[in-house]
Design a protein around this ligand. Sequence first.
Ligand SMILES: *Cc1c(COP(=O)(O)O)cnc(C)c1O
Length: 737
Amino acid sequence: MESQIAVPTLPGVPFRVPPQLEGLRRLAYNLWWTWHPSTRALFSRLDGAAWARYRSPIPLLEGPVRWAEVLEDPDLLAEFQGVLRQFDSYMANGSDHWFRRKYAHALEGPIAYFCAEYGFHESLGIYSGGLGVLAGDHMKSASDMALPLVGVGLLYRKGYFRQTIDADGHQEHAYPDYDLNRLPLLRAADPNGDHLHVTVPLPGRDVHVAVWVAQVGRVPVLLLDTDVAENADADRPITNILYVRGREMRLHQELILGVGGVRAIRALGLAPAVWHLNEGHSAFLLAERAREMVADGETLANALASVKRTSVFTIHTPVSAGNERFDASLVRRIAGPLLDGDERPDTGGVPVDRILELGQAVDGDTTVFDMTAFSLRQSAGANAVSQLHAVTANATWGGVLDRPILGITNGVHGPTWVGRAMAELYRRYLEADLEDLDPQTERRRFWERMSRIPDGDLWRAHQRQKLELAIFARGRLRNQFARHGESPSVLDEVETALDPDILTIGFARRFATYKRAALLFSDMDRLSRLLWDKDRPIQVVFAGKAHPADRPGQRVIQEIFTRSRSAELRGRVFILEDYDMRIARFLVHGVDVWLNNPRRPLEASGTSGMKAAQNGVVNASVLDGWWDEGWTGDNGWAIGGREQDPDEGAQDWADAQDLYRIVEQEILPRYYKRDGSGVPRGWTELMRNAIASAIWRFSTTRMLHEYTEQLYLPAAGLSVAPERGPKAREPIVNEAG
Ligand SMILES: *Cc1c(COP(=O)(O)O)cnc(C)c1O
């Protein structure tokens, strides 16, 4: 296995950089900068205003940059050289990495990872939420751990909608139109040094697919784009919008991802050892690979068996209704010719009826093609994304796969999500490098060394991140209020909003109704008393989008918005518009309590609470998803218990009562009890426990260990490495105690 999966690319836009600073181009076109604050600081020093405007290096470097001044600034040049040295050494040292040596040495090809969305950074809007952010974090950790992997996804020029909320609380949708040449992406090159194209046959025509590359550290991610001149007008927008609504268009999208993705990998000469389907959107890759083998003379049965042996699948939604399905007749009409080989009799084919049979619903319904059922039947192994989710997934899908669905709990990429002030503490006192967590040594150290962090330092680092949140949020709120035509006095109030001395609760996620974002408003009198208490006040910050088609979700936004502007709550409840990775970062860095109250067990995992915990933000959450296994009794609070009342209304009421009780009796007394120097020692102890119990256990480093051991190596026909480290998943105990 070569030490680097290299995808040849063409040069990007021809901006001019002084020869001494040529390395900036390398830094700009590798998303490594998204998890290295020193690289972002360097870009910002080149042109602070341009960085603030674009938050992306290419438009900044296109200039005008005052290069003469840069070249005369020895500090800045030294900073540039330092960052570049670090980057070049990261890129060069992959083959020496201990994880790669231990686990990946026998792999004969890379892992091909398919996902419909990726969240790398807010400036690259090709994600909508948790699934994409998880995939982005998976790529970044694979890079850090030097796991040979190539990602495949779609390049959405119009991405996901940008949200504003009008003065009546209605969510408004706007689709951006990205200029792909100004994003940190390069076109893949074919062997002649031309733009690489692949084609996907749809009825009556070949759709051309351009292949772009997002280089994520050591990991290339291929992004497919149909918006090219060779295509008919009706085909160009196939990949424009995330999760396009029309069923036929969505099917086209998923054929481009699955079939086009396989063809792009082949065109680049890559030979994956294992194919990982992250959610069912890419399931047609399974059919395409079988078709290839049949075209090469293999029998259908052998081809399907061989595809199955080397494929693994991750399921992300607990309820079967949340999974992608198409009418079987639509699949027959659109994908039939491509698979059957009717259009190209010379290539042999896979009867579409066989594929439809493998994709029939769990209840035996043959009029639908169920992407999840198909993926499960055609995979050697599958996993759910938390231990609790594995239980519900096996109950729903049991028997579809010939073995149990494993539980591999999600994680988050620490370098992406931990704020600078906290990361600095971890480096100093834990001697922990979030980019390179070693399970054998680091975990024990966390627990032992956590107590070395002085309470005052921990508290000050937290308060610093909290102040950054306040400053950011005030700016956003000022714009929002001004757009709504609020009076100057209201605008003035914003200047002092989000006082960092007040207990701050954060709630940010997709506004699907099962998430019950408005639960806190169940008893308005009680809430209002709590928020405005003279000695122990509370403020709450909300953010989140509702899917454009989700009217009930949009009504929840309207309710929260209206309340945030009501006489009773104005100044204590805030809602930030256009939730994205940037807002997520500010919130998980800087609130005190992270609130999550979905209706159990509908949250498969959730990851924002993990991001919060890694920053010392304390979770108060329903025992759903990751928190069902993450709660230790001393690292936060469990809202409600593990029993569900079949009467939803009764369950909601009981959970709301428990939430108020936790706030009144547990959170407030601990938070506001200060020692002589103003430090809440009871609270910093909780923060310590939150950090220690999340930093390894809910990291993508731990998660990738498990994917590698439990899914990737077995699917590659390799046994798990002989001398393995401690089991990645163990009960959380204070290992120092
Ligand atoms: C982390 C993240 C999510 C996922 O959060 P949940 O816990 O699943 O709600 C969604 N959106 C953004 C922008 C994120 O950063």
